[in-house]
Design a binder for this molecule. Structure first.
Ligand code: ATP
Ligand code: MG
Length: 251
């Protein structure tokens, strides 16, 4: 039996209406920036339009947990970037209420030359935290990430999983209203994943909205169920669950 999110469907925090994202890809391939600039000056660059998302309409309620799965290239990360506000949709509109903490690509919001400690301040600030608030939570962040020994080493010396731990710890300590996670749990080891999942549960119990993109259907099925009321089982994803967002581009 699934844990169900206790949310009021009228209390929406994320609303996408008819969102489309078009990327423009230079046709034929351009070998260097110099060639690109020359062709651009002569007006000789031709682009192909590529719609990564088309007509996506979606409402996510306060406290809801939403799992998003889909093939490589289906447009999941594009959609999360739109919700995070780092990518403006070509068509349609996006509304997000409250403080949003996006954990998109690994390393986004980090400076590899700065230490773990400095990156906590950098990343926390990007997430809208005040310096005093970061200071207050600093020890808890490092403790959760289990990086006490490495806190003063430059981030470039961290493994992928260590950097992901730090990112997750910061994003969850800043107590956002909406947490976006794009594949970040997959690089953590098993013990850390279990710890993250426990934290995510505490989170949604407090009313935080979670949108989780993953290729791990079990992670979604067990821990971040799609729409409350949907039956989830080992054969997940089913057709009905894939309809959460309606777009054919994310299926
Ligand atoms: N900056 C870009 N310029 C051109 N095309 C892009 C760009 N970013 C993404 N795309 C294209 O948009 C589509 C969706 O990409 P996206 O990264 O959103 O997929 P995804 O569902 O997150 O895939 P994955 O499971 O591999 O992470 C892909 O076909 C990709 O090639
Ligand atoms: Mg992606």
């Amino acid at each position: 039996m699934l844990p169900t999110s206790d949310y009021d469907p009228d209390d929406t925090v994320v609303v996408l209406e008819d969102v489309g994202v078009r990327y423009r890809v230079p046709r034929g391939g351009v070998r260097s920036i110099k060639e690109y600039l020359l062709l651009a000056m002569r007006g000789q660059i031709r682009f192909d339009d590529f719609w990564a998302l088309e007509s996506v309409s979606l409402k996510v309620a306060a406290g809801e947990r939403l799992g998003v799965i889909g093939r490589n290239g289906a447009g999941k990360s594009t959609m999360l970037q739109v919700i995070a506000g780092v990518l403006r949709p070509t068509t349609g509109s996006v509304d997000v209420l409250g403080r949003i903490a996006p954990l998109l690509q690994l390393g986004a919001g980090f400076d590899p030359e700065l230490s773990g400690r400095e990156n906590v301040y950098l990343n926390g600030t990007l997430l809208g935290m005040k310096r005093a608030a970061i200071k207050e939570r600093f020890d808890a962040i490092i403790e959760f990430a289990e990086l006490e020994e490495f806190v003063d080493a430059p981030l470039r010396t961290y493994s992928t999983g260590m950097a992901a731990r730090l990112g997750f710890a910061i994003a969850t300590e800043c107590q956002p209203d909406v947490l976006l996670l794009d594949e970040v749990l997959s690089v953590g080891d098993e013990a850390f994943q279990a710890k993250c999942v426990r934290r995510l549960r505490e989170f949604t119990d407090r009313g935080t909205t979670l949108i989780l993109v993953t290729h791990d259907a079990h992670l979604v099925a067990d821990n971040a169920p799609v729409r409350s009321g949907f039956a989830t089982n080992a054969s997940w994803p089913t057709e009905s669950q894939a309809t959460w967002s309606a777009p054919t581009t994310i299926s």
